[in-house]
Design a protein around this ligand. Structure first.
Ligand SMILES: Cc1cc2nc3c(=O)[nH]c(=O)nc-3n(C[C@H](O)[C@H](O)[C@H](O)COP(=O)(O)OP(=O)(O)OC[C@H]3O[C@@H](n4cnc5c(N)ncnc54)[C@H](O)[C@@H]3O)c2cc1C
Ligand SMILES: Cc1cc2nc3c(=O)[nH]c(=O)nc-3n(C[C@H](O)[C@H](O)[C@H](O)COP(=O)(O)O)c2cc1C
Length: 600
């Protein structure tokens, strides 16, 4: 820690005043010191006393323009960008503060004059889970006015979704309706958000700097000389590896956990990350950089008349997204080919939405086959995004290794067999001993309780069980005494009980206190984890009342919603309240950090 400025004995004060001032200064926070120095500098400038000051201390830092940077995130992208924005803002001399929208009241936000907001969209155009309260509060009739606020918003999304960047747009428009001034237009980001996000950070900070230049008695600040406040030096460390700078890991084991009679393929994948320096915690995910299906690459090269171009083949293999099809791509290709069929589609948004269902880039090219040059083809395609997988191992149990549970995605649409890019790359083309490019995606919002004595309820059907294996390994390794209860579901007991022996061993050893399974297709009536939750309502409610933390992982579309509703029903039934009150109670549990979800 940097030593605090102490007035020297030569300061123009009496010795007892120097002692008293030093006593105060040493107890101040960086924020209080920054305020004090700005206040004194402003005061002196205002009273013309600056010339008479003969302080031996370095020139006082100016009063900095406060800037609030808010983020709403599910998988951490918006949070990472908020930290980058703060860093850039601090370099420009803003007193920048970052906050999750979940941690700030709308009333406090409305007090801020300068706000930058970074928001992602999830589900089917929904806000991230932790942003729900903020979002509904903002849309509510009694939302505060934002007449003092100037803001700009960065919207994160994925053009593959119909409701592209929808949450960002709704928040942006609502803030304007509530009186806020949008000082720079909303910027939409697709999956390759780095470039537009950096441009937004730079341009919004430049504009803010200009707009705020004469708002404060700006005094010359020598940032090179001014000692940085402690809060400014704790910048988050840059990630070691990213989608664009991954670590070349080695696959040390690859096993299909489903029995031969199963309709699913779920690959337990062990990856050696020895020498990478990667440090992961239970709840984190591993990003993998996949390679496209070579057969599909050839099909695309053939339609485009580019089979002789080795460079394009390489780009299509591991750099470009050759499956996801978006509206702008159809529009661009319709223009390029002048195809009457495609032009008619793009003129009718509903028809285009319907046509896009289940179709990919190859379907677009085949709808109006044309010879393309390499640049035209590659500029039509998006960069290939990485894929995230929940880490299924604890570093305490499997040092230098990361285990994943990857379900192979295969389906048929429009007469063509389709394969998930990353999952089938692992299932079919990767081999034990082969390499895989990876990066870490920390998830600080899906952590085991800090208190090892606290009980946990883990609801993870299908691949949703992956992080709970890491949880159990971790709790076993640290000797945590908290009780553990797993709800697992899949199709059939015989073929689809993922990590069956491990759960049974943990049950035998007592580490796993209870396990409930729901094998949906082993009987005539389908049974899911939400049915087991309801059946176990008395005991489950007792655990919740005694402080257990509830974790849900896996399918976002159906499972997470059904489980959420089942939990509301359990609380309503056991507490003798209606479902609205029960939902509010579950919400309180969530706000207390005892209801955490990692759903996809
Ligand atoms: C935080 C997080 C953690 C995750 N953890 C895991 C995990 O532990 N294990 C795991 O297996 N996955 C996990 N996933 C999902 C994973 O990231 C991938 O999305 C998944 O493996 C599919 O990727 P892919 O490249 O194989 O398929 P893609 O090439 O991305 O294809 C998937 C797409 O195909 C389309 N599609 C799929 N089925 C059909 C159908 N029947 N009809 C029409 N279209 C269809 C959909 O558009 C779907 O989005 C996680 C995701 C997140 C965000
Ligand atoms: C399950 C799922 C649903 C998504 N739904 C949408 C959506 O409806 N609209 C959209 O624009 N983006 C959607 N996205 C993309 C995310 O907004 C995008 O990945 C964003 O970068 C995530 O940022 P975050 O990590 O800050 O949450 C979705 C992503 C996933 C995995």
């Amino acid at each position: 820690m940097a030593s605090l400025p102490i007035l020297p004995s030569s300061a123009p004060f009496r010795p007892e005043e120097i002692a008293a001032l030093n006593g105060v200064i040493t107890k101040t926070s960086p924020e209080q010191r920054a305020w004090l120095s700005g206040f004194l500098a402003g005061f002196l400038a205002g009273t013309g006393g600056a010339q008479t000051a003969t302080a031996a201390a370095p020139q006082a830092p100016a009063k900095k323009v406060p800037l609030l940077i808010l983020f709403a995130t599910e998988s951490g992208n918006a949070e990472t960008l908020a930290a980058q924005t703060r860093k850039a803002a601090q370099k420009l001399g803003f007193a920048a503060k970052v906050s999750d929208v979940a941690d700030i009241s709308l009333a406090d936000m409305a007090k801020a004059e300068n706000v930058l907001i970074i928001v992602s969209t999830w589900g089917e155009g929904d806000p991230p889970q932790r942003a729900m309260d903020f979002y509904s509060g903002l849309l509510a009739e009694d939302a505060p006015r934002f007449d003092k606020t100037r803001f700009s918003l960065l919207a994160l999304g994925d053009r593959a979704y119909v409701n592209f960047c929808m949450t960002g747009h709704i928040i942006d428009e609502r803030l304007v309706a509530l009186g806020a001034k949008r000082f720079a237009p909303l910027v939409e980001c697709d999956v390759d958000f780095a470039t537009p996000a950096n441009a937004w950070i730079k341009s919004t900070l430049d504009t803010l700097q200009k707009e705020t230049a004469d708002e404060h008695a700006v005094i010359h600040v020598d940032f090179a000389r001014a000692a940085p406040a402690e809060a400014e030096t704790d910048d988050e460390a840059e990630p070691l590896y990213t989608r664009n700078t991954p670590f070349a890991a080695t696959i040390s084991e690859l096993i299909n956990l489903n029995g031969s009679g199963s309709s699913s393929e779920t690959w337990h994948t062990e990856i050696s990350v020895e020498g990478s320096g990667l440090v992961h915690a239970p709840g984190d995910a591993l990003g993998i950089v996949p390679e496209n299906d070579p057969a599909l690459v050839e099909d695309i090269l053939k339609v485009a008349g580019l089979t002789d171009d080795a460079l394009v083949r390489e780009a299509l293999s591991d750099a470009q997204d050759i499956t996801t099809l978006t509206r702008p791509q159809v529009e661009a290709y319709a223009k390029l080919t002048d195809s009457a069929q495609l032009k008619a589609l793009t003129a009718d948004p509903n028809a285009l939405t319907a046509w896009l269902q289940g179709r990919q880039v190859i379907d677009l090219l085949e709808a109006a086959p044309t010879k393309l040059d390499a640049t035209t083809l590659t500029s039509l395609l998006r960069p290939l995004p990485g894929r995230l997988y929940s880490i299924a191992s604890s570093a305490k149990a499997a040092e230098d290794e990361v285990h994943l549970l990857v379900s192979a995605v295969r389906y048929q649409t429009h007469g063509r067999s389709r394969a998930g890019v990353a999952s089938v790359d692992i299932a079919e083309r990767r081999k034990k001993g082969g390499s895989l490019k990876v990066y870490l995606k920390p998830n600080p919002h899906f952590r085991l309780p800090a208190d090892p004595d606290r009980a946990v309820i883990m609801i993870g059907p299908g691949t949703g069980v992956a992080p709970f294996r890491a949880f159990m390994q971790e709790r076993e390794a640290i000797g945590a005494t908290g009780k553990n209860w797993l709800f697992f579901g899949n199709r059939h007991f015989t073929n689809d009980f993922l990590y069956q022996l491990e759960w049974q061993d943990w049950k035998k050893s007592g580490l796993l206190t209870r396990i409930e399974t729901a094998f949906s297709r082993d009987q005539r009536e389908k049974v899911y984890v939400q049915n087991r939750i309801w059946e176990q309502r008395r005991e489950l409610y007792r655990w919740i009342q005694n402080g257990a933390a509830i974790y849900v992982c896996g399918d976002a579309n159906a499972m997470a919603k059904d489980v959420n509703h089942a939990l509301i029903r359990v609380i309503a039934d056991q507490a003798g309240i209606d479902e609205t009150a029960a939902a509010a109670k579950l919400d309180t549990i969530r706000r207390d950090g005892r209801y955490l979800r990692d759903v996809y």
